[in-house]
Unconditional design. Structure first.
Length: 545
């Protein structure tokens, strides 16, 4: 059959295709315009676009103060072992939606301050009387508004970045908060760094005086290094781009178990699908030490080291949505910086998405979006054995895996006050009521003795929730012919004691026993094992030649 050429139909079809393409382009322009209205341009990553799908306007809430946690609630907020000291809604601290939060303690008088990011600027709040916080004022954004703003502190200066185009890094002298007449006021920045246009996050090493912009429009989104030792004159210091985009990181002067890098400046990067560790001691020539993927990763978001730099706790921001499991915290053993090992993971009590987490002492403080603040005991971190000790849910209506509720948490105040930023809510000033306790740890718990002899192991005692006391140690379950002594007993916490097990006539074999610690009220046990070998080795036999 012969087909007739019909030019008018072809022309009509081409015209309709053009209309559809224009409509599609127009819809994309509207989407970009909506992003830009929030200060977030069309450069947003798929992850960020997914975040904005859950966008909600600020909630109309009333301020609160001194609401204790009773029978599982502080007012309307579900809680456990956390009191609500004060709540300031967004409308009372400058408006807009909330994002990141950090804190500052004035070294002159010990006053504590909350620094809370919002879409349009940064709010400064005096929380030295935590039940009567005072909103001191707002530092407006350097350019436009943005969903993303991040704040860190060094040497009494705040450093602030944003995803807003052209924002760069603002520098603000926090000592100006000491005397603010007739608050709230509108502040101005004291300095500005324009080495990048936009940044997703800011990492800061207070021990070195270096800041690291991540997710910037420079360095392929990797570590953009800045010397801030003179805070009012930040200068470009280097770039690490070998592993592409870095979403967040922690940079420290390393004092962990890997002797090869002790005392060096190391960054532990969350790079979307890997944990990437970089030696930045020479900022002009950084060295990637390792790049570690893990099963079922969806978006490696943020992590924090334990105080001894032995373990790294990581949150993946999209795995809860993707796989349907509860809030998952992964634990990496980073005792070898060139070969980190995933120890395991802990699943929380709700399906909420995890966002930011920070370790302080024996606890990790997590901001888990719709399930709010979660405080986990990390005593068993070596086995990824974490346990929830307390929580405060700032989004009572749901714990579902959506991007609403708690953005971040700051737990590092000496007073024990913890502050949380709510995206649609505002500033929460919280008082965890964690029971004082101590941790018992025997890091090298395998002891070996050949015939009659002795072996030793260190016993460590660390405080939880401000514990102070004297703890007496003993060994329980040793076989006949074996005994234990401690060079320090009792131990003043925090402290250590060297345990020596001496064998004289005990039978050969494996002998599990327990290290017992008590202060008369509290008690803890740690497992250990004694291997006793006996007999004379056989005569050597020549194998080669």
């Amino acid at each position: 059959m012969k087909l007739a050429f019909q030019p008018r139909k072809v022309l009509f079809g081409l015209l309709m295709m053009a209309v559809l393409l224009l409509a599609l382009a127009w819809s994309r322009t509207l989407s970009a315009a909506e992003n830009k209205a929030k200060g977030d341009g069309p450069w947003l990553t798929p992850y960020q676009q997914r975040f904005l799908q859950d966008y909600q306007s600020p909630q109309d809430l009333e301020p609160l103060a001194a609401v204790p946690c009773v029978n599982g609630f502080a007012g309307t907020y579900p809680c456990n072992n956390v009191d609500l000291l004060a709540f300031m809604p967004l409308a009372n601290i400058g408006g807009g939606n909330g994002n990141d939060i950090w804190g500052w303690t004035d070294p002159q008088d010990g006053k504590e301050y909350a620094l809370m990011g919002r879409t349009s600027g940064t709010a400064f709040v005096d929380i030295s009387d935590p039940e009567n916080p005072i909103y001191l004022g707002n530092l407006p954004t350097h350019t436009g508004s943005s969903t993303w703003r991040d704040i860190k502190v060094y040497n009494n200066y705040a450093f602030i970045v944003s995803e807003a185009s052209g924002h760069g890094m603002q520098v603000f002298d926090l000592t100006r908060l000491r005397n603010v007449p007739n608050p709230p006021v509108t502040f101005t920045e004291d300095a500005h760094y324009g080495g990048w246009s936009n940044a997703h996050n800011l990492v800061l090493n207070e021990d070195s005086g270096y800041a690291y912009g991540v997710g910037t429009n420079t360095c392929s989104g990797g570590l953009s290094m800045v010397n801030i030792q003179n805070p009012l004159n930040p200068t470009n210091a280097g770039c690490f781009s070998s592993d592409g985009y870095t979403h967040d990181a922690q940079c420290v002067i390393y004092h962990g178990p890997d002797a090869n890098y002790f005392g060096k400046e190391i960054c532990f990067n969350s790079n979307e699908d890997t944990v990437t560790i970089v030696d930045v001691t020479n900022h002009l020539a950084p060295v990637q030490l390792s790049r570690t993927p893990y099963a079922n990763s969806r978006y490696t978001h943020q992590g924090w080291l334990t105080d001894d730099h032995h373990y790294l706790l990581i949150d993946d921001e999209l795995d809860e949505q993707s796989f349907g499991h509860n809030t998952r915290t992964r634990v990496f053993d980073v005792s070898s910086l060139t070969a980190p090992v995933l120890v395991g993971y802990h699943d929380g009590t709700t399906p909420a998405i995890d966002h930011n987490q920070y370790v302080w002492g024996s606890y990790v403080y997590q901001a888990n979006y719709r399930s709010g603040l979660r405080i986990l005991d990390i005593t068993g971190v070596a086995n990824a054995d974490l346990s929830e000790e307390a929580f405060f849910d700032i989004y009572p209506s749901s714990d579902s895996p959506s991007f609403n509720g708690a953005w971040s948490v700051y737990p590092f105040f000496d007073s024990g006050v913890v502050i949380v930023s709510g995206i649609e809510q505002g500033l929460f000033v919280l008082g965890p009521a964690l029971a004082p306790d101590f941790n018992l740890e025997v890091p090298e718990n395998e002891l070996s003795v050949c015939n009659n002899g002795s072996d030793s192991a260190l016993v460590n005692l660390t405080p939880k929730a401000g514990y102070t006391g004297n703890v007496t140690l003993s060994a329980v379950g040793l076989p006949n012919g074996a005994s234990a002594s401690f060079d320090v007993n009792p131990v003043v916490v925090p402290g250590s004691s060297n345990m020596t097990v001496t064998v004289n006539g005990a039978s050969a074999g494996e002998h599990p026993f327990t290290v017992h610690a008590t202060d008369g009220n509290l008690m803890h046990d740690a497992d250990a094992n004694l291997s006793i070998l006996s007999g004379v080795p056989g005569a050597p036999t020549i194998v080669s030649p």
